[in-house]
Design a protein around this ligand. Structure first.
Ligand SMILES: NC(=O)c1ccc[n+]([C@@H]2O[C@H](COP(=O)([O-])OP(=O)(O)OC[C@H]3O[C@@H](n4cnc5c(N)ncnc54)[C@H](OP(=O)(O)O)[C@@H]3O)[C@@H](O)[C@H]2O)c1
Length: 320
């Protein structure tokens, strides 16, 4: 059986996900249907999702080994540079879809297979390493702000947990859209860096100078009360993650009295990814990249993400 190098989940380890990571040889991806194609990966990026997978969240033991990675930019069989949209129709899944590395092998490999309709052209002027940050974290932030958060009707936006991939994306995008942006971080150095992206940076829980119309919430239990307190009447609190706990206390009195909307969302549509790519290419907005590592150092990249000491995306260069 032809093989390729890949980073994959070998077993689950909830306490120490890094111990569950394996880097080595895996079978070439196969095509479950005629409309699938194989993409030669040039760049990928890590997401918190990959750490959840190593912990066993969203995967069953009988699916192992599973190649990790949701994001990729590469070259299709016709030689075109493409961005891979990572959401795949998956009839057996209760959501009807899955993200690469959940049912189908992921992008942290030499090659990845997807339906041809999941490929978008890499816009001119956008580097592969930058575009590889967009399909998961940035797409999620884009949809949180636009389709779900209705940011066009907003003046002010609060982003919780400023260092994360989704959070840095939300700050950069909302600032580029001309909104007043507030961002929280526990870390003074991260607050300084998020301010450089155009946000007013505050400590977690700090009172804001105004109430906001949209809250981008990926932290969860640690920040949710602050999200509720910071919300203006009829604000949208948009949730796409819960890194610090998924069972916050919710003051329902505030929810109904302020007529707040608490909205869940995941990823985005291919059209939203196309709009995001065009927005970044045309407006000169580029992802915040924490580090770019060659594939041979992918284990170090995971350690960095796991440490929490990242600001923006960790990118893997598959050509180095
Ligand atoms: N639904 C989707 O489609 C989707 C897509 C992408 C991501 N996600 C989810 O969104 C979440 C964010 O992912 P990410 O990769 O962007 O970032 P991340 O690495 O999970 O970190 C997000 C931020 O959370 C803050 N944080 C972490 N632990 C905390 C704690 N105990 N108390 C307060 N703040 C804490 C940190 O901010 P500071 O250090 O700055 O305080 C950190 O920068 C994850 O849970 C991920 O699974 C969901």
């Amino acid at each position: 059986m032809p093989i390729m190098r890949a980073a994959f989940v070998s077993r689950f380890d909830d306490a120490n996900p890094l111990a569950a990571l394996a880097v080595g040889e895996q079978p070439e991806p196969t095509h479950p249907a005629d409309d699938w194609v194989t993409v030669q990966v040039r760049a990928s990026s890590l997401n918190h999702h990959d750490l959840w997978s190593l912990r066993g969240v969203g995967l069953r033991a009988e699916q192992l080994p599973m190649i990790l990675g949701c994001d990729a930019v590469g070259v299709d069989p016709d030689g075109n540079e493409v961005v891979v949209y990572p959401v795949i129709p998956t009839p057996g899944d209760p959501r009807g879809v899955s993200i690469l590395s959940e049912h189908f092998p992921g992008t942290l490999a030499e090659r990845v297979a997807v339906p041809r309709s999941n490929l978008l052209a890499l816009p001119a002027g956008l580097a592969a390493a930058d575009a590889a940050c967009l399909p998961t974290a940035w797409l999620t932030a884009w949809r949180m702000l636009t389709t779900v958060g209705r940011v066009d009707d907003a003046d002010a936006v609060l982003v919780q947990g400023a260092g994360g991939g989704v959070a840095t994306a939300a700050v950069a995008l909302a600032a580029a859209m001309g909104k007043r942006v507030y961002a929280t971080s526990r870390d003074a150095a991260k607050r300084e860096r998020i301010a450089e992206l155009g946000a007013t940076a505050v400590e977690p829980g700090a009172r804001l100078p105004e109430r906001v119309d949209v809250v981008v919430e990926t932290v969860g239990a640690a920040t949710f009360d602050h999200s509720l307190k910071s919300a203006a009447p009829r604000a949208r609190i948009v949730v796409s993650g819960a890194t610090a706990g998924h069972e916050p206390k919710v003051n329902l009195r505030r929810v109904f009295a302020m007529q707040l909307e608490i909205l869940g969302t995941s990823m985005g549509t291919p059209d939203e990814l196309a709009a995001l790519l065009a927005f970044c290419a045309e407006r000169g907005v580029r992802p915040v990249v924490d580090t770019v590592v060659p594939f041979s150092e992918v284990a170090d990249a995971f350690a960095r993400l796991h440490s929490g000491d990242v600001f923006g995306k960790v990118v893997v260069d598959h050509t180095a």
